[in-house]
Design a protein around this ligand. Structure first.
Ligand code: ADP
Ligand code: MG
Length: 224
C-alpha cells in the first residue's frame, strides 16, 4: 500500500484559559490514505477545529508528529509551512472566505497562478470545476450575487484548484440549511473522489459523517 497522505502521531495541544490549562488534544493518532475521505466527528468544543488547524499548519503550539505526503512538517519554518499548504493542501471552511471583489471563476483561478500554469489553463480548470459543481451559469457572478450553497460550491472548487493530496474541510456545510447541506456535501464528495484527493472533514453531524469512507471520533482529546 502507498504511504498515507496524512500521518498524525501523538498530537497534543493545550490552551490556557483564565489561569487554567485545558488539554484539548491529548495524543491524537490518525492516518488518512491516498484518496480516502475521513469524517472527523465530535461535539462542539471537542477539538475538531484545533486538530484541523494543526494539520493545516495554520497554528503552532502543538506537540507530536505530523507527516503530510511523506514529509515531516511539524517543525517546518514559516516558508516551509507555506510551501506544504500551497503544494499539498486544500481548505474549505464553514464560511466561504471568498474574495468579495472577484467573481466565481477568478476566485478559483487565483490560487492556481502561484503554480506554473498559464492564465488560460487556470481559467479552463476553474470553469471545469465550477461546471462540475453545477455552477456553469454562475461563472462571472461575485460571491454576494450567489446563494449560500453556491458560495460553498465555489469554495470547494477553489480548494481543489491545485489538485491537493489532502483537502481539510471544517464543517463545510455547517452554514447551510439541511437540504442544501446534503446536496453540497454530496457534490463535494463526488468531486473529491473524482479528483482522487483525500479529505479530512470535521463535522458534529453523525448523519453527514456516515456518508464518508470512514469515521473517526474525537473524544476527550483522543480519537476512538
Ligand atoms: P470544535 O471545533 O470541535 O468545536 P475547537 O477545536 O474549536 O472545537 O475547540 C476545542 C476547545 O479548545 C474548546 O474548549 C475551545 O474553547 C478551546 N480553544 C480553541 N482555540 C482556543 C484558543 N485559541 N485559545 C483558548 N482556547 C481555545
Ligand atoms: Mg470547530
Amino acid at each position: 500500500m502507498s504511504e498515507p497522505v496524512l500521518s498524525v502521531a501523538g498530537l497534543t495541544r493545550a490552551f490556557s484559559q483564565g489561569g487554567e490549562t485545558i488539554e484539548v488534544l491529548r495524543g491524537v493518532d490518525l492516518h488518512v490514505g491516498a484518496g480516502e475521505i475521513v469524517a472527523l466527528l465530535g461535539p462542539s468544543g471537542s477539538g475538531k477545529s484545533t486538530l484541523l488547524q494543526a494539520v493545516g499548519l495554520l497554528e503552532g503550539g502543538f506537540g507530536g508528529s505530523i507527516r503530510i505526503a511523506g514529509e515531516q512538517v511539524a517543525k517546518l519554518d514559516s516558508d516551509g509551512r507555506t510551501r506544504v499548504r500551497r503544494d499539498s493542501l486544500g481548505f474549505v471552511y464553514q464560511f466561504h472566505h471568498l474574495l468579495p471583489d472577484f467573481n466565481a471563476t477568478e476566485n478559483v483561478v487565483l490560487p492556481q497562478l502561484i503554480r506554473d500554469r498559464t492564465h488560460a489553463e487556470a481559467n479552463a480548470r476553474a470553469t471545469a470545476l465550477l461546471s462540475a459543481l453545477g455552477l456553469g451559469h454562475r461563472l462571472t457572478h461575485r460571491p454576494s450575487q450567489l446563494s449560500g450553497g453556491e458560495q460553498q460550491r465555489v469554495a470547494v472548487a477553489r480548494a481543489l484548484a491545485n489538485q491537493p493530496a489532502l483537502v481539510l474541510a471544517d464543517e463545510p456545510t455547517g452554514n447551510l440549511d439541511e437540504a442544501t447541506a446534503d446536496v453540497v456535501l454530496a457534490e463535494f464528495l463526488r468531486l473529491v473522489r473524482g479528483e482522487g484527493s483525500a479529505a479530512l472533514v470535521a463535522t458534529h453531524n453523525e448523519r453527514m459523517a456516515l456518508k464518508m469512507d470512514r469515521v473517526v471520533r474525537l473524544h476527550e482529546g483522543r480519537l476512538a
